[in-house]
Design a protein around this ligand. Structure first.
Ligand SMILES: O=C(O)/C=C/C(=O)CC(=O)CC(=O)O
Ligand SMILES: [Ca+2]
Ligand SMILES: [Mg+2]
Length: 403
């Protein structure tokens, strides 16, 4: 307990300290912040006031420069923060730079370089396989040999709270002879974790080895990969998702560092067959993150990230094994988080089983896919050290009518 008087069980306690970018109504300027309890610390201002040499890295209203610095700088900053937030002697440089969290506007905290989305849940992949490809095996033959992914659209990654305009496009239900054009009628969500990559850019032709992947994993956000299932089902063969997913991807504003998630590491559920050597080693792990999906105020699902088949380190090793460069600001999604139980499915496609089994909300209404005006909020927590809780905050979005 320090002068900050933060309860030990606060989801944004001293064991968490996630990074984000905020502004206040006073001047609208974007600033790098660290969430501390119910406040946001203006990091550059605090660091400058205390005479910290590397304070400039937090100037400029984005985390880009800090992401590029790499693991040693991230660890040093965390230690510096924990020291400054607990030491009475530093109170003078911390206290004046704390802003109530309720008074800030949050922004996308970094420039998203490349965006990749994986498919790492065996339950999700099997469910979607059954729904989209009922005449084939649920899992494709490659699924347990490599973490399947596709390249998404980095410029449409948006921060929580941004409205999502219903996408328009082509779809062709099997019953129709020709495609039609119009607003999606099967708009869906995908509850995922997003991994924020940092450290120096790797060279073309180089790869990130599995053993070094953790040095490039700065932190984790909640990610909603909005998906227009009717557009997707018609367009995706044979090159994969395209316009059905590229119109918007929402992320939570606070990046929970991988350092804060050390105590949330768990063994993977088990990989059989053993992956090839470049995907095998002792730096694979799952994360004990409990996710919650809320639809217009009703919690409709509670996915558990520990059910995921592939480790985030394997995903990063795989996405660079061909020599593709890895850059600070790259973001990769885990893929939809679904468990074996119906109440743990991370998409409405699965929850409503392709629209056959409507989801009942607390207001008595029923849903299969999203309607205009609907709001979806993702939340998550993970265990921290000594019985503490690491909060992720929220990733929300409201659907607006097609234009
Ligand atoms: O199986 C398919 O054809 C498509 C699956 C998806 O839509 C999933 C995707 O975006 C990856 C994921 O979130 O797991
Ligand atoms: Ca996805
Ligand atoms: Mg998307």
């Amino acid at each position: 307990m320090t002068w900050l008087d933060l309860p030990d069980d606060h989801p944004f306690g001293l064991h968490n300290l996630p990074y984000g970018v905020f502004s206040t109504a006073a001047d609208g300027e974007r600033r790098v912040g660290v969430r501390v309890g119910d406040h946001v610390l203006d990091l550059a201002a605090c660091a400058e006031q205390s005479g910290m040499e590397s304070a400039a890295v937090w100037r400029g209203g984005s985390l880009d420069a800090f992401l590029a610095e790499g693991r040693p700088a991230w660890t040093a900053a965390r230690e510096w923060l924990q020291e400054h937030l607990t030491n009475d002697a530093q109170r003078d440089c911390v206290e004046p730079n704390l802003v109530p969290a309720a008074e800030v506007t949050m922004h996308l905290p970094f420039r998203v370089a490349d965006f990749v989305d994986f498919y790492a849940s065996e339950h999700h992949a099997s469910n979607v396989g059954r729904i989209f490809r009922p005449d084939s095996e649920p899992l494709t033959p490659n699924w347990k040999h490599l973490p399947i992914g596709y390249h998404g659209r980095s410029s449409t990654v948006v921060v929580s709270g941004t409205d999502v305009v219903r996408p328009t496009g082509q779809r062709k239900p099997p019953s129709e002879p020709v495609p039609t054009f119009g607003p999606s009628v099967r708009l869906d969500i995908e509850a995922e974790l997003g991994f924020v990559v940092g450290g120096p850019r790797t060279g073309l032709g180089d790869r990130v080895d599995l053993a070094d992947a953790d040095d490039h994993l700065f932190g984790v956000v909640l990610l909603n990969d909005w998906s227009a299932r009717d557009l997707q089902a018609w367009e995706y063969v044979p090159l994969g998702p395209f316009l059905g997913k590229s119109f918007a991807t929402s992320v939570s504003p606070w990046i929970v560092t991988t350092d804060a998630l050390r105590d949330a590491r768990v063994p993977l559920p088990g990989q059989d067959p053993q992956p090839l050597p470049y995907l095998s080693g002792d730096t694979v792990y799952g994360l004990d993150v409990h996710v919650e999906v809320e639809w217009n105020g009703t919690v409709v699902s509670r996915p558990e990230y520990r059910d995921m088949y592939w480790s985030p380190t394997q995903m990063l090793a795989h996405l660079s094994v061909n020599g593709a460069s890895v850059s600070p600001g790259d973001l990769f999604g885990s893929g939809t988080i679904s468990g074996a139980e119906p109440g743990t499915r991370g998409s409405f496609l699965e929850l409503s089983w392709s629209g056959q089994d409507p989801v009942r909300l607390d207001d008595g209404s029923e849903r299969t896919f999203l309607e205009d005006g609907d709001t979806v909020v993702l939340r998550a927590t993970a265990p921290g050290p000594d019985g503490t809780v690491v909060g992720f905050g929220e990733c929300s979005g409201t659907v607006r009518p097609a234009r």
